[in-house]
Ligand binder design. Structure first.
Ligand code: NAD
Length: 493
């Protein structure tokens, strides 16, 4: 049995105690990948101390030199793409074509962050005084604690870690307990790229380890991706401790289809949006809002296409949909399906676990569709994070948008239509951080802002240039070369 160690100050550091967790293949629960430590407060402290010490020189290194290391990391991710894809599929289940995409997102982010190190622009503005110059520039924040979910084991951490490093911060990373092996490889890649010891550290563990990271006084910022439940708890603590905190949380995303849409395209869109990554994306399409004129015909076609989805171990090349992540998540899905039935929604396909053939040893759930879902039902409102789609009928575009907005979350959204006026109205009126026109609710690109409103976020955006807003502070500088005391607001007026 492979035993994995924390990565602290550039060294794989054995845990000082015996508390560990198992990393298990969700497609085959007999396949144990390894044991990882549940890191204690002391171990978190050791990692934070290493990151604090490393900050002194890393923050002073010219930003483009830091960029050179990130570019090299992008090259190594590219070289190890296939190998890492297999590791990721084994530990979290999504098919190989998806894990390859996950790593590509990190490659894109690495190259983008490297380029941005030459573009960490500040502002200058004229002074109101004679012989005085005003300017402002970005400075790093310090040691950043990064805590993430498991569904994008490389991509999501890369969105935070690589911009944080580009800006001159150092990092302690607490990956999800369901995808620790990918984090281990992340550390290997950054080390090979030439990152100095202590700049990036990994501590494994559960919520208690994450909480120790939040509480550590030397942590200046928490970058979090996970459930709204956990995110709110972290935000409360960060508020009390006066730490910067950026949150990417849950979603309940809707795809709207109008009668004038390209229906085949809309069908492909919802199949990928609802059942890609087994519905375990923050941006997954969990609600489908159909105009009444196409309601029945669209559902019939959707059922036919859904029956063709090939479930199985993500490591097999023909698999289209892998397992759900663990037994707890499987139970959660079953719980929501039972509620949906009891509240009067009609299950037209799926609605049960899959235990036949290739799926016998894993956590598999059939792609599931409920129709006649109304806005007061639980499956319309709450995030399930599984392959369960709730279909609702709308009378008009306005009604469809009203339904889409009738939700505590605000991450992604989509409208399929052939009408340009309808498209622009939806872009304006849908309450979400991301709106797709004639594309599914999933498919973010690394160089564009990513994040949501309402219960999904707290005002920050990852991805693209906006990530650099999270990981820097502003320093404002006034240089007075008049040789006399000039009092702002007083001497000029
Ligand atoms: P989760 O909230 O249970 O866990 C996320 C991380 O937080 C894990 O690393 C966990 O160990 C840690 N954690 C748990 N309790 C903690 C505490 N008290 N203090 C500090 N850390 C703690 O989420 P999950 O089940 O791993 O992931 C699924 C959720 O993530 C879904 O809600 C999904 O929508 C969301 N998600 C959001 C995005 C986004 O960008 N908006 C992306 C991916 C996933």
């Amino acid at each position: 049995m492979t035993k994995f160690n924390n990565y602290i100050n550039g060294v794989l550091t054995p845990s000082v105690h015996a508390h560990t967790f198992q990393n298990v293949n969700p497609a085959d629960t007999d396949d144990i990948i390894g044991h990882f430590p549940i890191s204690s407060e002391q171990e978190v402290h050791a990692a934070v101390l290493a990151a604090s010490n490393a900050f002194i020189s890393w923050s002073k290194m010219p930003a483009p030199k830091r960029g050179d290391i990130l570019r090299k990391a992008g090259d190594i991710f590219t070289r190890r793409k296939e190998e890492l894809s297999a590791i990721m599929t084994r530990e979290m289940g999504k098919p190989l074509f998806e894990t390859l995409g996950d790593i590509q997102e990190a490659i894109d982010t690495a190259y983008y962050a490297a380029t941005e190190t030459r573009r960490l622009f500040g502002y200058t503005a004229p002074s109101e005084m004679d012989n005085k110059m005003n300017m402002s520039f970005r400075t790093p924040i310090g040691v950043c604690g990064i805590i993430t979910a498991w569904n994008f084991p490389i991509a999501v951490p890369s969105w935070k870690i690589l911009p944080a490093l580009a800006c001159g911060n150092t990092v302690v990373f607490k990956p999800s307990e369901d995808s620790p092996h990918s984090a281990h490889i992340f550390a290997e890649i950054l080390e090979e790229a030439g990152l100095p010891a202590g700049v990036f550290n990994v501590v494994y563990g559960d919520g208690s380890t994450g909480s120790a990271l939040v509480e550590n006084p030397a942590i200046k910022l928490i970058g979090f991706t996970g459930s709204t439940f956990t995110g709110k708890k972290i935000a409360e603590r960060c508020g009390a401790l006066n730490k910067k905190c950026s949150l990417e949380m849950g979603g309940k995303n809707a795809q709207i289809v109008m009668p004038d849409a390209n229906i085949d395209l809309a069908l492909d869109g919802v199949l990928w949006g609802a059942f890609g990554t087994t519905g375990q994306r923050c941006t997954a399409t969990s609600r489908l809002i159909l105009h009444k004129d196409i309601y029945d015909s669209f559902i019939n076609a959707l059922i036919t296409k859904t029956t063709q989805i090939k479930l199985g171990n993500g490591a097999h090349p023909n698999t289209q949909m892998g397992p759900v992540i663990n037994a707890k998540q499987l139970e959660k899905i079953q719980h929501y399906v039972a509620i949906a039935r009891s509240e009067g929604a009609t299950c037209v396909i799926g609605g049960d676990v899959e235990i036949s053939g290739d799926c016998a040893k894993g956590h598999f759930y059939k792609p599931t569709i409920f129709i006649d879902v109304t806005s007061d039902m639980t499956i319309f409102k709450e995030e399930i994070f599984g392959p369960v789609l709730a279909v609702t009928k709308a009378n008009s575009l306005d009604h469809a948008i009203e339904l889409a907005n009738n939700c505590d979350y605000g991450l992604s959204s989509s409208l399929f239509t052939g009408n340009v006026d309808a498209a622009f109205r939806a872009i304006r009126d849908i309450e979400a951080g991301i709106t797709y026109i004639n594309a599914p609710t999933i498919g973010a690109e690394a160089h564009m802002p990513f994040g949501g409103i309402k219960g999904t976020g707290n005002g920050h955006r990852e991805g693209g240039w906006t990530a650099f807003e999270i990981f820097t502070e502003w320093k404002t500088v006034y240089v007075d070369y008049s040789g006399s005391l000039q009092r702002a607001q007083i001497d000029n007026y």
